[in-house]
Design a protein around this ligand. Structure first.
Ligand SMILES: [Zn+2]
Length: 118
């Protein structure tokens, strides 16, 4: 299994987990508010809304993770595997002379001194 597929599966796993967790949070939050599983009114009125509030960004996070993972599929064929260092954020470039990884903003290779300025 190559790196991209590994990252993709991991991201999809995280995404699905986050989405399921957010739905559970939402359901329990609503149940807590409506049905009052906990007898204490304060707990009911605070924990319920907090659970519902947390579920929204968690759902977005899960959706985003799955979205990035699905985008990786398109990248798979077009980019060299070793050029993709971080998922969805930075495409790590390499010095075409010696193969050392080039950091963002670097204009000269830290290993061989080759200039990358165009
Ligand atoms: Zn170099």
């Amino acid at each position: 299994m190559n790196i991209i597929k590994k990252q993709k599966n991991l991201l999809i796993g995280i995404g699905i987990f986050a989405m399921v967790a957010s739905i559970l949070l939402l359901v329990f939050g609503i149940l807590l508010l409506v049905r009052g599983i906990v007898n204490t009114t304060i707990a009911k009125l605070i924990i319920g809304p907090i659970m519902i509030l947390i579920s929204a960004p968690l759902f977005v996070f899960g959706f985003k993770a799955i979205f990035v993972a699905s985008a990786l599929k398109a990248v798979d064929g077009s980019l060299k595997q070793d050029n993709l260092a971080k998922v969805g954020t930075i495409n790590m470039k390499k010095c075409d002379k010696c193969g050392t990884e080039i950091l963002d903003g670097e204009t000269v290779c830290s290993n061989c001194g080759k200039s990358f300025e165009e």
